[in-house]
Design a protein around this ligand. Structure first.
Ligand SMILES: [Zn+2]
Length: 151
């Protein structure tokens, strides 16, 4: 699948929640995983493949064999302590930026079978989830300049 690249305006579209996880959505999720792995990415939001629905996939494991599928994520908690981290994005090739991310977050979401779950994340997991939720909200790390000025 083709990944939208900055400054494509479609990357700014706010993604809508998913009401029903049907065959079409499951197929899309598997295509997203394949696309993410093919580009050696650790996360991909539906927004990046021009589907404006609230799904992202991730895999931060060393061997790229622990896919995480997150649908309709919602923040339950966002820490107000930040860490400066270096970040890249498949939609902005060869660009890296230092930005501030909340150290700890808790989100609720549903999985591919529609089951609710909660993730309490810190470190790289927390950073990636924030990056992908930003995509669903039409935000790119290149837009986070005010964030950068915080520290
Ligand atoms: Zn990205």
């Amino acid at each position: 699948m083709n990944i939208l690249k900055y400054p494509d305006k479609r990357l700014k579209i706010l993604a809508k929640p998913i009401k029903l996880i049907n065959y079409k959505i499951r197929t899309l999720i598997f295509k997203m995983l394949n696309t993410m792995y093919a580009h050696n990415g650790i996360g991909l939001a539906a927004t990046q493949i021009n589907k404006h629905i609230r799904i992202f996939v991730m895999d931060i494991s060393k061997n790229s064999n622990q896919p995480l599928i997150i649908i309709n994520p919602k923040y339950i908690y966002v820490s107000t302590t930040y860490k400066k981290v270096k970040e890249g994005c498949l939609s902005i090739p060869n660009y890296f930026e230092y930005i501030y991310r909340s150290i700890n977050i808790i989100i609720k979401a549903i999985d591919i079978n529609g089951n609710k779950f909660i993730i309490n994340a810190s470190g790289l997991l927390s950073q990636c989830i924030q990056h992908e939720i930003d995509h669903l909200n039409g935000k790119l790390l290149i837009d986070n300049l005010s964030n950068k000025q915080k520290g």
